[in-house]
Ligand binder design. Structure first.
Ligand code: GLU
Length: 717
C-alpha cells in the first residue's frame, strides 16, 4: 500500500512537473513558486538577489524589448526585430545594413544604436500606501487620476535624487491598488555589433510572423558602453564596454522536446484581470479600428516604396511595426471570437453579482461597481471613432506630431518640472527630442500628405454630435466645395516644422513665441487645442474612475475566488516557466516543437521574404554543423516552441534551461497564442524562440565571427 501511494505521488509529481502554468511572476512573487517542483535546478536567490550578482543582473530592458548580457564586456543578445530601427537608421542605399547585415570587425567599427537605452533592475519596493493615501477624499475623478500621477512622479524624483545616475519608476501592478518603485541601472550608449541580413533575421517576413513552424534567425548582437569609470554615459568616443555584474552562460548543448525552460524579461501588457466590458470594447471597437487604420497605412507605404530602395528603407521599420500589431490584433480578434471570451466573462460576472446579492453589506459596498465600469465603456464606445481620428492626427501625421510636440514642449516647460507631462520633464526631455529627430530622418512628404488627407476624409464622415469642431472649422469639412488638397499642399510647401534647424530652435522658444510662430502646422495645432485638451481631460476622468472601480472589482474577485492573483504584465521584470512542447492547432494536426534547417530549404523560393542567402543554403546542404549539431535530431535546429507565458516585450528574452544557462532566444508566439494576452491556456499558449545552436552556427560558419563565440567563452575550434 505504502509503495502504491509512493508510486501515485511520484507519478503525480512528475506529471505536475510536466504541466505548464500561467504566470508572469514579478520579483515579489518568486517565493510563491516551488522552484524545485517546477523543474528549476537553481534557487530564487540565483535569480534575484540584492546582495550578490544573480541572473536578473544579466537581463536588460532594451526599449520595448528584452536582451541579455552574454559576455563580461557588455555584449547583449536580442532580436533582429528589436534592433531593426537602429539598423534602419544607420542604413542608406549605399550602406544597406538591413539588406546585407552588419558586422563590426572590431570595437571601433561598432555603430551607435541611436535612441536605444538599456535598463537593469536593481531593486523594488512597495509604495502603494504613499500613492493611495487619502485618495478617497478626492471626489473629482480627473483630479484623482492627476493626484496618482503626481505622487508617482514625486516618489520617482525622490528615488532618483537619492540614487544619482539611476533611473526610477513607480509601476502600477494592480490598477488603483498596488504600486511598486523599481530602481534601474540606466545605460545610454548602445552599439550594433552583429546583425544578420534581413533574409535570415526576418526570413519568412509577415507571412510567417506570429506563426509556427518558424525558420527565422531573429537575433542580433549589441554592446552596452559606459564612461571609462563604469558609470552610465551618453554615447561618446572614449566610452568603454560596460562590465555587467553578471552575464549568462551560453550553452551550445541546446534543448530537446519536453525539456524544462524558463524565461526572464520585461513583458509589456496583458489584460487578463479586465472585465467583459473592457474585452468587448477591445473586440468590437479598439482593435478593429487600429487594425484597419494600420492596414491602410501599410498598403500606402508599401506602394510608395515600390520603385525606390531609399524610400522603401525609410519606411521599413514603420511598416514592420504597423504590420506586427495589425496581425497580432487579427489573431486576437480571431481568438476572442473562437473562445467566446466576452460571453464567458459575462457568465463569471453574473455569478459574482449573485454572490454579492447574498450579502447585504457586500451588495451595498460593491453591487454597483460593475455597472459603473460598463457605463465608462459605453461612453468610450459612443465617441470612439472621433476620439481615435483626433488622436491619430497627432500620431500618424508626422508634421502634426512634430508641431504638437513643439507646442506642448513650450507650454509644459513653463510649468514646474513635476507638473509637466512626463515626456517634457527634465528627465525625459532629451529622449523626447531625440525620438522626434529620428522620426524626422524618415519623414516623407508624400506619405504624410496622404495620411493627413485620409484622416480628414474620415473626420468629414463623422455623424452629427460626434464632429470634431476644430477640424471642421480648420479644414471646412462641412463645406461640399472645400478643396483640402490645395490647403494641404500649400501647408506642406510652406512648412518649416519639418526642417531640422527650425525644430532645434523651436525647442528653445517660449510658449508665447511658439504661439506666434508662422508655420502652418503650428497654427493648425493651436487651432486644434480645444478638442485635444477636452479629449485629454475626458481620458483623465475616465482613467481616474476606472482606477477606483478596478480596485474595487479586484477586491470583489478576491473575496469570491478566495485567491490571490499575479498582476498583468506592465513592462516590469518577470519570470515564466514551462517546457519545450508541441501543440495541436487544429483537429488531427500536431505541431512538433523544434524546426530544423531543412525547413529553410523547403520554404526557400528565391523571392523575399523566403530568399535565404546562397551561402546559407550551401552551408546547410554541406551539413557542416560540427559540434553544434543536435545529438537527437542529427541536424541543425532552428526554431523552438514552448508553453511559457509571454507577450510583446518578451522579444529578446533569453530562454534558459533548468540551470539558468542560455539555450534560446524568444521572439514571437504562434497565431493562436496571440489571445494569450487576454487569457493564457496550456492548449494554445505557445511562444517561439531561436535555438541558440542556430545562432552560434550562423555566427561561426555564416558570418565568420568566431571572435564573438570566443567572447562568450565558447570553445569552437
Ligand atoms: N514578436 C512579438 C512582437 O514583436 C514579440 C513576442 C510576443 O509578443 O510574443 O510583438
Amino acid at each position: 500500500m505504502t509503495k502504491f501511494i509512493f508510486l501515485i505521488t511520484t507519478l503525480f509529481l512528475s506529471l505536475s512537473a510536466l504541466f505548464a502554468e500561467e504566470g508572469m511572476y514579478p520579483l515579489s512573487e518568486l517565493h510563491t513558486i516551488d522552484l524545485q517542483k517546477a523543474g528549476f535546478k537553481i534557487s530564487a536567490a540565483d535569480i534575484f538577489n540584492q546582495e550578490a550578482p544573480s541572473l536578473s543582473d544579466a537581463i536588460v530592458k532594451l526599449g520595448g524589448c528584452t536582451g541579455s548580457f552574454i559576455s563580461p564586456q557588455g555584449l547583449i543578445l536580442t532580436n533582429h526585430h528589436c534592433a531593426f530601427r537602429a539598423v534602419q537608421t544607420a542604413s542608406n542605399a549605399e550602406h544597406d545594413y538591413l539588406k546585407n547585415g552588419f558586422m563590426a570587425a572590431g570595437r571601433e567599427q561598432e555603430i551607435e544604436a541611436k535612441g536605444y537605452t538599456v535598463r537593469i533592475t536593481q531593486s523594488f519596493k512597495d509604495v502603494s500606501a504613499e500613492v493611495l493615501k487619502d485618495l478617497d477624499a478626492i471626489s473629482d475623478f480627473a483630479e484623482r487620476n492627476k493626484t496618482i500621477k503626481r505622487r508617482r512622479k514625486e516618489i520617482t524624483a525622490r528615488a532618483e535624487k537619492e540614487n544619482p545616475g539611476m533611473r526610477a519608476e513607480v509601476a502600477e501592478m494592480f490598477k488603483g491598488q498596488t504600486y511598486v518603485l523599481f530602481l534601474y541601472t540606466y545605460l545610454k550608449d548602445v552599439r550594433l555589433v552583429y546583425v544578420p541580413p534581413i533574409s535570415i533575421g526576418n526570413f519568412g517576413g509577415e507571412t510567417d510572423n506570429w506563426e509556427w513552424p518558424r525558420h527565422t534567425g531573429d537575433f542580433s548582437i549589441l554592446r552596452a558602453y559606459s564612461a571609462p569609470d563604469g558609470s552610465p554615459a551618453e554615447y561618446a568616443a572614449d566610452n568603454v564596454p560596460y562590465q555587467p555584474k553578471k552575464y549568462l552562460n551560453v550553452t551550445p548543448r541546446g534543448v530537446d522536446e519536453n525539456d524544462f525552460v524558463f524565461l526572464l524579461g520585461y513583458p509589456g501588457r496583458t489584460y487578463r484581470h479586465r472585465t467583459s466590458y473592457f474585452t468587448a470594447y477591445e473586440e468590437h471597437v479598439h482593435m478593429p479600428f487600429v487594425a484597419d487604420w494600420y492596414q491602410w497605412q501599410i498598403h500606402l507605404l508599401e506602394d510608395l516604396g515600390k520603385e525606390d530602395r531609399a524610400t522603401a528603407l525609410r519606411f521599413s521599420a514603420t511598416i514592420k511595426s504597423l504590420a506586427n500589431t495589425e496581425k497580432n490584433y487579427r489573431g486576437k480578434l480571431r481568438g476572442l471570437g473562437r473562445l467566446q471570451m466576452v460571453r464567458k466573462k459575462r457568465g463569471q460576472e453574473a455569478q459574482i453579482q449573485a454572490f454579492l446579492q447574498k450579502d447585504e453589506a457586500l451588495q451595498r459596498r460593491y453591487g454597483a461597481v460593475l455597472n459603473a465600469i460598463k457605463n465608462i465603456y459605453d461612453e468610450k464606445t459612443n465617441s470612439a471613432e472621433r476620439d481615435y481620428i483626433l488622436s491619430y492626427l497627432t500620431r500618424s501625421v508626422s508634421a502634426l506630431s512634430f508641431a504638437n510636440t513643439v507646442y506642448k514642449a513650450a507650454e509644459e516647460r513653463e510649468k514646474e518640472d513635476l507638473e509637466r507631462e512626463s515626456a517634457f520633464m527634465n528627465r525625459n526631455f532629451e529622449r523626447t527630442k531625440k525620438r522626434l529627430f529620428i522620426r524626422l530622418q524618415n519623414f516623407d512628404l508624400q506619405a504624410d500628405e496622404l495620411i493627413l488627407t485620409e484622416l480628414l476624409r474620415k473626420a468629414a464622415q463623422l455623424p452629427k454630435g460626434q464632429r470634431i469642431k476644430s477640424m471642421d472649422r480648420l479644414f471646412s469639412l462641412n463645406n461640399p466645395e472645400r478643396d483640402w488638397q490645395k490647403a494641404i499642399k500649400q501647408a506642406y510647401d510652406d512648412a518649416k516644422i519639418t526642417q531640422k534647424d527650425f525644430l532645434s530652435k523651436a525647442f528653445q522658444q517660449s510658449f508665447e513665441q511658439i504661439q506666434k510662430t508662422n508655420d502652418p502646422f503650428l497654427q493648425w495645432i493651436q487651432a486644434l487645442q480645444p478638442d485635444i485638451k477636452a479629449l485629454k481631460e475626458k481620458n483623465e476622468r475616465q482613467s481616474g474612475e476606472l482606477s477606483k472601480l478596478s480596485a474595487q472589482w479586484a477586491e470583489v474577485k478576491r473575496l469570491y475566488e478566495k485567491n490571490t492573483f499575479i498582476p498583468d504584465a506592465n513592462s516590469t521584470f518577470r519570470l515564466t516557466y514551462g517546457h519545450i512542447r508541441g501543440y495541436a492547432p487544429a483537429d488531427a494536426v500536431y505541431n512538433f516543437p523544434i524546426t530544423t534547417v531543412a525547413g529553410i530549404l523547403e520554404k526557400h523560393t528565391g523571392q523575399a521574404p523566403f530568399n535565404a542567402p546562397d551561402k546559407l543554403r550551401q552551408l546547410i546542404k554541406a551539413k557542416a554543423f560540427g559540434f553544434l549539431q543536435s545529438a537527437t535530431l542529427h541536424t541543425m535546429p532552428v526554431g523552438i516552441l514552448y508553453d511559457c507565458d509571454t507577450t510583446g516585450g518578451n522579444s529578446g528574452s533569453p530562454v534558459l534551461n533548468a540551470k539558468g544557462e542560455l539555450v534560446g532566444l524568444n521572439f514571437d508566439r504562434a497565431f493562436g497564442a496571440t489571445i494569450n494576452d487576454f487569457a493564457w491556456d496550456e492548449s494554445y499558449s505557445r511562444s517561439i524562440g531561436v535555438d541558440i545552436r542556430y545562432i552560434l552556427w550562423l555566427l561561426q560558419k555564416y558570418a565568420g565571427a568566431g571572435y564573438l563565440l570566443d567572447e562568450m567563452g565558447i570553445d569552437h575550434n
